[in-house]
Design a protein around this ligand. Structure first.
Ligand code: C2E
Ligand code: MG
Ligand code: MG
Length: 534
C-alpha cells in the first residue's frame, strides 16, 4: 500500500488569505487520489475508507513528508515561505506518533516548526477528546500551531472550545453555505469569543465578495475558499503568484498582522486600523461608526481621508505625521485634537504592531464639536483655528467652571490632562510637577498663579502674559517653550486661552531673558534658578 500511496496521491494546496490585507498567508495541503480508472478522487471518497482500514496514518505521514519537501524547495527558491497546514485523523494516533512523524520531517529538511500547522477536526475531538487533548498539548509544547478544523459542525462546539487549547479556529463552511442572518450571528459570536480567549479565526468556504466583506467587518482574520482559489497543484500556486500577482506574506509580516488581528473589531466605537510606512498612511480597516465620524467633517470615503492625511501640502498631514511618530515611539495611547471643516475632531491612537518602518495604529475618531458647549465653541472658533498648527499645547482655562479643557496637547501633557478637568489649582500643580523642568517649577507656579492671573493680564501692555520654561516634550526631554496666557474677549476675564510652543529663541538669548525677568520681578529664587541654568 505504501507504493500505492506514493503513486496515487497528489497533494493539492488551497490558498489561505489574510482578510486585512488580501495577501496570501498560508496554504492547506489536501490529498487527491489519482485513480487510473476512476480518475481523481476527493478525500471524502477515500479518507473514511483508509480510516476503516487503519491505513490513514500512511496517507497522513506521506502528506507530512511531501509538505516538508515542498517547504524546503520553497525556502530554496527564495520566495517567502508560506506555512502549510496538514490534516490529521484521530486514527493516526493509534498507529504512529504523529508528532514524531512531523519532527522527523522538520529535522530532515531543517525547517522552523512554525512552517507546519496541524489541523484536527472538531468531530475527532468530540469522539476522542481525552486522547487527542494530550496529543495536541504535545504538539503545541513542541512549538506547532494546532488548529481546530470544521468548527461549528458538531453539536458541542462551544464545549470543545472550552475544553481544548487551540491556536486557531477554522469555522466550518456550512455557515457560509447558508449565509443567513442566523448563520452570520453565529459566525460573529464565534469570532468575538475566539478573540476573547486569544484564538485566531479562519473562515472556510468563502465563495463571494459579500461573504468576504462580512468576515472582514467582524474581524475574522483569515479566509479560505473558492473566492481566492480551489485546491490546486503547487505549480499552479506559483503561477498565480507570478501571473495574478498574488502577494505572499513574509514571516515578520505575519506576526505583525497577527497582532492587528487580535484587536476587537466588534466595538461600537468609531474604530479603524491605519497602516503607516513612515511616510504614508493607509486604512486597513474602518468600521461604520468611524465612517460616520469622518463624514461629520465632510470626509465621505477612506480614499478621501487618505488623500488628506497623505497630502504633503496640507498642514494637517504634518500634524498627523508628527503625531504618528510620537505614538509609535512612545507605544502609549495618545490623543490629538484637530479641526476639519469647522469641526473639532478628537483622534485617539495607539500603535499596536510594528515591523521595521511599518506600524499599525488603532484609531478612534470622535467629533467633539457636538459634545461641547456651543457658546464656548463659537467663541473659540476664530481663535483656535488660526493658532492650531502653531502650538503644541492649547488649553482653555475657565474660572467660572473652575475647569481646564485641553484643545491641543502634546503627548506629555495629554498624559495628565486628556479631557476637560475640574479643579484648576490641582491642574496647575500637576502640570508644573509633570511637565516643567524642576529648576523652572517655582517660576512656573508663579506664572500660572490663579488668584492674580486676570490682574496680571490686564496690567500687561500686550494683553497677555508670556514666559519661557523648560517643558517636557513627547520624547520625555525638555525643550525651552514659550507659554502664553491671554484673556478671551467677552468673557469678563473669566476664560483664558493657554498656549505653549517651542521657543524660537536660542539658549543664550533665553537665559538672558529668563534672568532679566527675574531681576524685574525681584524674586529671591532668581539666584538659584540662574545658577542651575548656567
Ligand atoms: P477540510 O480540511 O475542511 O478541507 C477543506 C475542504 O473544503 C476541501 O475539500 C476543500 O476543497 C473544500 N473547500 C475549500 N473551499 C471551498 C469553497 O469555497 N467551497 C466549497 N464548496 N468547498 C471548499 P477536500 O479537498 O475535498 O477535502 C475534504 C476533507 O478531507 C478535508 O476537509 C479534510 O478534512 C479531509 N482531508 C483532505 N486531505 C486530507 C489528508 O491528507 N489527510 C486527512 N486525514 N484528511 C484529509
Ligand atoms: Mg482541514
Ligand atoms: Mg475544514
Amino acid at each position: 500500500s505504501e507504493m500505492c500511496i506514493r503513486d496515487s496521491i497528489k497533494i493539492f494546496y488551497q490558498p489561505v488569505v489574510r482578510t486585512l490585507t488580501g495577501k496570501l498567508c498560508g496554504m492547506e495541503a489536501l490529498a487527491r487520489w489519482e485513480d487510473p480508472e476512476r480518475g481523481r478522487l476527493t478525500p471524502d471518497m477515500f479518507v473514511p475508507v483508509l480510516e476503516d482500514a487503519k491505513l490513514i496514518y500512511k496517507l497522513d505521514s506521506y502528506v507530512v513528508e511531501q509538505v516538508g519537501k515542498r517547504l524546503h524547495t520553497m525556502e530554496d527558491s527564495g520566495m517567502p515561505v508560506l506555512p502549510i497546514s496538514v490534516n490529521l485523523s484521530s486514527a493516526d494516533f493509534d498507529h504512529v506518533d504523529p508528532l514524531d512523524v512531523v519532527e522527523r520531517v522538520v529535522r530532515k529538511y531543517r525547517l522552523p516548526r512554525s512552517y507546519i500547522r496541524i489541523e484536527i477536526t472538531e468531530s475527532a475531538l468530540v469522539k476522542d477528546g481525552k486522547k487527542l487533548q494530550r496529543e495536541i498539548d504535545r504538539f503545541r509544547k513542541a512549538g506547532y500551531q494546532c488548529w481546530m478544523d470544521d468548527f461549528g459542525s458538531g453539536y458541542s462546539s462551544f464545549n470543545v472550545l472550552q475544553n481544548f487549547h487551540f491556536d486557531e479556529l477554522k469555522i466550518d463552511m456550512e455557515f457560509l453555505a447558508h449565509f443567513t442572518e442566523k448563520a452570520k450571528s453565529v459566525i460573529e459570536s464565534t469570532v468575538r469569543m475566539a478573540k476573547k480567549i486569544g484564538v485566531q479565526t479562519l473562515a472556510e468556504g468563502v465563495e463571494t465578495k459579500e461573504q468576504l466583506d462580512f468576515l472582514k467587518s467582524i474581524g475574522c482574520e483569515k479566509i479560505q475558499g473558492y473566492y481566492f482559489g480551489k485546491p490546486m497543484p503547487y505549480d499552479n500556486v506559483v503561477e498565480r503568484i507570478k501571473e495574478q500577482h498574488w502577494v505572499t506574506e513574509t514571516r515578520e509580516m505575519a506576526q505583525y498582522y497577527d497582532a492587528a488581528g487580535r484587536e476587537d473589531f466588534l466595538t461600537n466605537c468609531p474604530f479603524a486600523l491605519l497602516e503607516d510606512d513612515g511616510t504614508k498612511f493607509r486604512y486597513l480597516f474602518v468600521n461604520n461608526e468611524f465612517m460616520k465620524s469622518l463624514a461629520t467633517a465632510g470626509t465621505t470615503s477612506t480614499d478621501m481621508s487618505e488623500h488628506t492625511i497623505n497630502d504633503n501640502a496640507s498642514p494637517l498631514s504634518h500634524l498627523f505625521r508628527n503625531f504618528a511618530n510620537e505614538i509609535a515611539e512612545s507605544g502609549k495611547e495618545q490623543v490629538l485634537t484637530y479641526t476639519s471643516k469647522n469641526q473639532y475632531m478628537r483622534l485617539r491612537c495607539k500603535t499596536i504592531a510594528s515591523c521595521g518602518n511599518k506600524h499599525i495604529h488603532r484609531a478612534e475618531l470622535i467629533n467633539v464639536t457636538f459634545n461641547s458647549d456651543q457658546r464656548q465653541q463659537d467663541m473659540l472658533d476664530g481663535l483656535v483655528r488660526s493658532i492650531y498648527y502653531l502650538y503644541n499645547t492649547v488649553f482653555i482655562i475657565n474660572f467660572d467652571e473652575n475647569s481646564c479643557n485641553p484643545i491641543v496637547a502634546s503627548a506629555s501633557s495629554w498624559e495628565f490632562l486628556h479631557q476637560k478637568t475640574y479643579g484648576l489649582e490641582e491642574v496647575r500643580l500637576s502640570y508644573a510637577r509633570q511637565n516643567i523642568h524642576p529648576d523652572d517649577q517655582e517660576r512656573f507656579l508663579e506664572f500660572v498663579r490663579l488668584d492674580n492671573m486676570e490682574q496680571r493680564i490686564e496690567d500687561s501692555p500686550e494683553g497677555m502674559i508670556a514666559d519661557y520654561f523648560r517643558t517636557k516634550g513627547a520624547d520625555g526631554n525638555f525643550t525651552w517653550d514659550v507659554h502664553t496666557i491671554i484673556s478671551i474677549p467677552k468673557t469678563n476675564g473669566k476664560v483664558f486661552l493657554y498656549t505653549a510652543k517651542l521657543s524660537p529663541l536660542d539658549d543664550e538669548t533665553l537665559r538672558k531673558h529668563v534672568f532679566k525677568e527675574y531681576i524685574k520681578d525681584d524674586k529671591p529664587e532668581l539666584k538659584t534658578a540662574e545658577n542651575k541654568a548656567e
